[in-house]
Design a binder for this molecule. Structure first.
Ligand code: AMO
Length: 429
């Protein structure tokens, strides 16, 4: 019976393992085969004079990254990884790998990101890459668990839609019979509609599509958004919740992914319990001191501005009190000062992680704001209708999964946090 490699200890007497041939070192009379499965490595040691003929014959045929089944006696030894080696009685090639390999899984030969992404199935065999996706899986699980425990209802909203939510320029048009349709930029309108549907607390972790023109290290054309919307809540409640979610994601990874973090050489620091909150106007002042280009009140924050503020803050922080003019139509203006609104961004020193707001729940005000942005209320009819029949006050946010992972693990490129990234030039695999 096959056992995982991590379960083979120096005290084990016999073991059958199945795994990939990670490395071969043939010294003539003596050969070492390092076998890898997702739990670890095991050295198979073959003394050719002593080993069964069938074992020696099979190893002659074996190439790196072939899948093999090995059965034999386990011996404790200081010299092998994990303090044990396997002396085989049988050695069977289950699936032979062609040579040369398109990518060196053992990482002796470095590979460009493009080559790695072209061969993602091989790239992900590398323990370092595999570790990223084990951590990603843990984050997904912990966020789901947390939100379910808090009473949130998981929803699934359409990804083929008729209208833009976040602005018209970043839309992907698609062929949808005789109609004009788009890939959804955000579940924004649908999650808000679910407040009128009485769910009170909803969340969705799903793809969003953005036709970003530029190829950057922090934008994807298909990203994963963690979206939350809840009723009888304001922007402060929404900030408290996203802060909690981020901290508990760090805690979960810190508590459950020790091996993966070690493999990645990441010394994870769980953030402090409260993230500082600065206003947009304070953020502009900090940026103005730190960057060469001109920046003034009412401008969006450029990458350079975000970096300058991030350097100054040095930890996660919120930017609050944004000008109403540069936030989406659905953000609630302050009652006493309508030129600023109850929107916020959650920032990591490297980049924005999340945007959110208390939303406008009054029909007339919402129509006014849609018009103010130069959009036509008619194209939002399906969204506006629920606001006419009892819409509770509500708030929410969208948190970028890949950016959360990228900043947590200090990855240089957002593509590292996605199995099959979609960017301007990449549609396959
Ligand atoms: P926003 O457009 O700021 O807000 O998106 C929310 C978060 O999603 C992530 N994100 C991306 N990540 C990678 N590549 C992209 N192209 C990309 N675009 C967005 C970011 C960002 O902070 N409807 C609002 C949210 C809300 O108010 O609930 C929205 O979509 O981490």
């Amino acid at each position: 019976m096959r056992i995982p490699i991590a379960d083979v200890t120096p005290e084990t007497t016999e073991a059958e393992i199945i795994g990939w041939v990670h490395e071969v070192r043939d010294l003539g009379g003596l050969a070492f085969y390092i076998i890898r499965d997702r739990t670890g490595f095991l050295q198979v040691t073959i003394v050719k004079k002593k080993a069964p003929e069938t074992v020696v014959e099979a190893t002659k045929e074996t190439s790196r990254e072939s899948v093999v089944r090995v059965f034999g006696t386990v011996k404790a030894t200081e010299k092998a990884p994990g303090g044990r080696e396997l002396i085989p009685d049988t050695f069977e090639i289950i699936s032979k790998a062609e040579s040369p390999l398109p990518l060196d899984v053992a990482e002796k030969v470095p590979a460009e990101l493009d080559t790695r992404l072209d061969n993602r199935f091989l790239d992900s065999r590398r323990p370092r890459i595999n570790a990223i996706f084990q951590i990603r899986s843990n984050i997904t699980q912990s966020i789901n668990d947390f939100l379910f425990k808090e009473g949130f209802v998981n929803i699934t909203t359409p990804k083929v839609v008729a209208a833009a939510t976040e602005g018209g320029t970043e839309l992907f048009p698609i062929a949808y019979f005789e109609k004009e349709a788009f890939l959804n930029q955000s579940p924004q309108l649908y999650k808000q509609m679910m407040m009128a549907a009485g769910f009170e607390k909803v969340f969705e972790i799903a793809p969003i599509f953005r036709a970003e023109e530029h190829n950057t290290t922090r934008h994807l054309n298909e990203a994963t958004s963690i979206d939350v919307e809840f009723s009888f809540a304001d922007h402060n409640d929404a900030m408290d919740l996203v802060e909690k979610i981020v901290i508990q994601a760090y805690e979960s990874v810190s508590n459950n992914c020790e091996n993966a973090l070690n493999t990645l050489n990441v010394d994870l620091k769980v953030p402090e319990n409260r993230f500082p909150r600065i206003t947009y106007s304070e953020a502009i002042d900090i940026a103005a001191l730190g960057i060469e280009e001109d920046i003034s009140y009412g401008d969006d924050l450029s990458t350079a501005a975000e970096r300058a503020i991030g350097d100054e803050m040095g930890e996660h922080y919120f930017i609050t009190d944004w000008p109403t003019s540069i936030k989406p139509y659905y953000a609630m203006p302050f009652e006493d000062q309508p030129e600023i609104c109850k929107a916020f961004d959650l920032m990591h020193p490297r980049m924005e992680l999340s945007s959110g707001a208390q939303r406008i729940h009054q029909y007339d005000l919402l129509v006014e704001q849609i018009k103010e942005k130069g959009l036509s209320p008619e194209s939002f009819e399906f969204y506006l209708k629920p606001f006419r029949y009892g819409m509770p006050p509500h708030a929410g946010w969208g948190l970028g999964m890949e950016r959360l992972i990228m900043t947590m693990l200090n990855l240089p490129n957002i593509r590292e946090a996605v199995l099959f990234p979609r960017d301007r030039h990449r549609l396959v695999p």
